[in-house]
Design a protein around this ligand. Structure first.
Ligand code: IMP
Ligand code: MG
Length: 407
């Protein structure tokens, strides 16, 4: 059986974790259920959120496949691992009642280890492009410089964490190939996204690994010919955290950065907008972004930074679709635009984007008859025609149930 890859089409936080969960749940009843869910790049920067039966689970390094019985979660050689965070994440999931053991979690012995020195270095060197300060860049730099530490080296050291993690460390890539050879199914999950990829993103405002679909081959040991479907995940209201170009950004990033009202308080709550500010939603981009940020909870899961928000950019989405060779589109968070006129970029340059004269507006996702709202359906039609790939999943909320598969 082949492998499928789930990849983010923009700047991260598209909702990949939820789409992975949807796929694994959907395949459970099929003849060949999913056997492995593997991460192929990135580190503990990720903050995947998946909501099942009213319970919210947050993931940093462990794939969301861990929620499914009989699925092995793999952290591949293309990733970088923070051992103490991994130990904590295992403990956190266990205390939430999730079974985590070397039976269902494997970490590649080839994966590189994020050391405290790497984190310290990132604190300084990462500020220019506003990294997540998780030590990701310095760890990949050491890997390329052949001065890094792999999980196999880490496990040989004498430490509490090494003892705890040793049982999980394995030749994960061999397990992936064996699984494919046995006719079983593998789902690969990318971290970050296409325009944060070290080569295909807006260098230097990028991460340090290959987030694009091709990363699944080198970062998880999937032979290229084994990949059948590539599911591109796009969030309809686009977002970006940190510095870098963002052609369809709503409002000014400089202004948002200095705006104390856009910071969460210590308990993670946001400041409400005044009625005067709310009256500008749909008219003024900055206030529209503030409104959408609150509605969609667009703050970094790990860093709690306010995310920059943007109108749907079909030009970038099409570019990402080509780079990744996607075969399906998954569109997430369509609910955040309810009641707001949606502007769509269809041309121009990144510096001077052109928007369609057609503005879309839907007030609900589903009308009475369980069909998609007309205007949303038209938007999705125009999107798939522009991008050249069919939309196969529409997601309109964080829960597993809030997903419409379009087969
Ligand atoms: P780094 O991966 O921490 O080195 O950060 C490099 C760039 O990628 C910065 O612009 C980060 O904000 C961005 N980035 C890294 N991880 C994520 C993520 O999980 N979601 C969104 N952006 C991310
Ligand atoms: Mg995230």
């Amino acid at each position: 059986m082949p492998a499928h890859v789930v990849v983010g089409l923009h700047y991260g936080d598209e909702g990949k974790g939820k789409i992975v969960d949807h796929y694994v749940a959907r395949m459970r009843d099929e003849e060949t259920p999913c056997r492995i869910v593997g991460r192929y790049n990135g580190g503990s920067n990720a903050g995947h959120t998946v909501k099942v039966n009213g319970v919210t689970y947050k993931f940093n390094q462990i794939p969301s496949g861990i929620l499914h019985p009989k699925v092995i979660s793999v952290i591949g050689c293309g990733t970088v691992v923070n051992p103490s965070e991994l130990v904590q994440e295992i403990e956190r999931l266990k205390s939430a009642g999730i079974e985590v053991s070397p039976e269902n979690l494997r970490v590649s012995y080839r994966a590189h280890v994020i050391t405290p020195e790497c984190i310290e270095e990132d604190r300084v060197s990462g500020s220019r492009i506003e990294t997540t300060r998780k030590g990701i860049g310095p760890t990949y730099a050491r890997k390329a410089n052949r001065t890094g530490m792999r999980m196999e080296d880490f496990c040989r050291a004498n430490s509490n964490e090494a003892e705890l993690l040793k049982p999980y460390v394995a030749d994960a890539e061999d397990l992936v190939i064996e699984t494919l050879e046995a006719g079983d199914f593998v789902l690969a999950e990318g971290a970050q996204a296409t325009f944060l990829d070290i080569d295909f993103g807006n260098y230097p405002f990028v991460t340090s690994s290959h987030a694009v679909a091709g990363g699944a081959c080198v970062g998880l040991g999937i032979p290229p010919t084994e990949i059948r479907e590539i599911i591109g995940v796009a969030k309809i209201c686009m977002s970006r955290v940190g510095e870098g170009p963002f052609p369809t950004e709503m409002g000014d990033y400089g202004r948002m950065k200095k705006d104390p009202l856009e910071l969460l308080d210590e308990d993670g709550r946001y400041w409400e907008m005044t009625p005067e500010e709310k009256a500008l939603v749909g008219k003024d981009d900055y206030q529209t972004a503030r409104f959408l940020r609150r509605r969609g909870m667009e703050w970094g899961t790990m860093t709690r930074r306010p995310r920059r928000l943007g109108w749907p950019d079909l030009v970038l989405t099409r570019k990402a679709a080509r780079i990744n060779g996607i075969t399906q589109l998954a569109i997430t968070k369509v609910d955040v635009f309810n009641g707001i006129p949606v502007k769509v970029r269809i041309g121009g340059s990144d510096e001077s984007p052109e928007y369609s004269e057609r503005v879309y507006r839907w007030d609900s996702i589903i009308d009475g008859s369980r069909d998609l709202h007309d205007e949303l359906a038209e938007f999705l039609d125009d999107l798939q025609n522009f991008v050249g790939t069919n939309v196969s999943i529409v997601s309109y909320g964080p829960s597993r149930e809030e997903t419409i598969p379009i087969y």
